[in-house]
Ligand binder design. Structure first.
Ligand SMILES: Nc1ncnc2c1ncn2[C@@H]1O[C@H](COP(=O)(O)OP(=O)(O)OP(=O)(O)O)[C@@H](O)[C@H]1O
Length: 227
């Protein structure tokens, strides 16, 4: 079976008088429908690794294959096109556009990709919001939603382009425990439905919900890491 994502020997350093190694020789293979958490102490390189896996940054050595395509030979425009077409991102801050309604925010990625025509796109957006339990918020603006609702809207937007892989960086970092549990369960149920998910988190409960935990300490992956 071909993998959704494969990373081999990723290393990322920051040059300088005292070079800093953010990610140190990390390898990972992810299959369709897997829910993987990246965990570890603050400053251990979790976000840096996620940016490499999400093609937002390039490794100094090592390679990332997305759906069997070697991304190391791609130029910046090709990487941007792959991110738009194949990846969905969720960050700690929702980054929804304040002047657009929730439904319009979810529509935007489909419009940019020309994925569906007007009514089919609108129907798909409403379907995603319904799946995430916020269909009744579709015509509100982000400022009118609770933190948990905003994060579910951000997840709906990340799903709008039918991504091969969702990458989430501390998706519950700003949420209370009830909203955190809700987002965690949503990610689990998305994976159960075949959606592949990689999430960086400090929330130990994620380790129980995930299929696998990639533990990082000082940028290196630690076999058998437990929160
Ligand atoms: N642009 C940068 N310049 C200098 N140092 C950086 C930069 N980006 C990251 N770092 C450092 O690299 C290390 C790894 O950072 P990273 O954000 O990947 O860790 P993290 O595990 O995600 O941390 P946290 O859990 O606190 O978000 C940290 O020590 C951080 O201070």
């Amino acid at each position: 079976m071909s993998s959704v994502l494969r990373a081999e020997h990723l290393t990322r350093r920051l040059p300088g008088a005292v070079p800093v190694t953010l990610v140190d020789d990390v390898s990972l293979e992810v299959q369709r429908g897997e829910f993987i958490c990246i965990m570890g102490p603050s400053g251990s390189g979790k976000s840096s690794l996620l940016y490499l896996l999400g093609l937002l940054d390039r490794p100094d050595s090592g390679k990332v294959w997305l759906a069997d395509k070697d991304t190391s030979a791609c130029d910046d425009n090709q990487l941007a096109a792959m991110r738009l077409a194949k990846l969905g991102f969720v960050f700690q801050f929702h980054f929804l556009l304040a002047e657009f309604t929730v439904a319009q925010n979810v529509l935007l990625p489909m419009q940019r990709l020309g994925l569906r025509d007007g009514s089919a796109a609108a129907e798909h957006a409403l379907g995603l919001l319904d799946r995430l339990g916020i269909a009744d918020q579709a015509h509100k603006f982000p400022s009118q939603l609770s933190g948990g609702q905003r994060q579910r809207a951000a997840l709906a937007r990340a799903l709008a382009n039918d991504p091969l892989l969702i990458l989430a960086d501390e998706p519950t970092g700003n949420l209370d425990s009830a909203a955190t549990q809700n987002v965690r369960q949503l990610l689990r149920s998305l994976a159960d439905g075949g959606q592949t998910v990689i999430a960086v988190t400090h929330d130990h409960e994620f380790a129980k919900a995930a299929d696998r935990v990639l533990g990082l300490v000082d940028g290196r992956q630690v076999v058998g890491w437990r929160p």
